[in-house]
Design a protein around this ligand. Structure first.
Ligand SMILES: [Zn+2]
Length: 145
């Protein structure tokens, strides 16, 4: 049996079409237009969960090279101003450790690189019951969609 599902409305509508994926090394509030109320989700993920089609927005060549080494793929440096839309996914390679040497190709001693998936949603629909709301897509999002 196939259940009919109402098309999602609100910020969730058309998500599949306009969604973009980025790979960066930081997340900043100036990457989004924060409304009066915006929810962010940071989900720690394994490196292999970073989509291969995520566009690099890592500005520094050394950082891009080291991240590429962990992901076992080419990660070009790309210095851009990122502006995220609802539904976009930002994958953050969070580096912790000593300053990277110029020309570094791998993680220095004592350093670590963790990956996070950052997504956000603007305020829910009118009278939104938040994480229980199916009308604006909040429920799918809080459950990991
Ligand atoms: Zn809602």
């Amino acid at each position: 049996m196939v259940l009919a599902v109402n098309p999602p409305v609100g910020w969730y509508a058309g998500k599949e079409k306009k969604m973009a994926k980025y790979l960066g090394n930081a997340f900043s509030l100036n990457m989004v237009s924060v409304d009066t109320f915006t929810l962010f989700r940071a989900k720690k993920i394994a490196p292999e969960r970073v989509p291969t089609d995520a566009v690099s927005v890592i500005g520094h060549a050394d950082t891009a090279r080291v991240v590429g080494g962990i992901l076992r793929r080419e990660v070009p440096a790309n210095r851009v101003t990122l502006h995220l839309q609802p539904g976009d996914e930002l994958y953050v390679a969070q580096y912790t450790g000593p300053r990277l040497q110029e020309g570094a190709t791998e993680l220095p001693e004592g350093a670590k690189l963790e990956f996070f998936e950052i997504t956000f949603v603007p305020a829910g629909c009118k009278g939104c019951p938040a994480c229980d709301c199916n009308a604006c897509g909040m429920m799918q999002w809080t459950h990991g969609a």
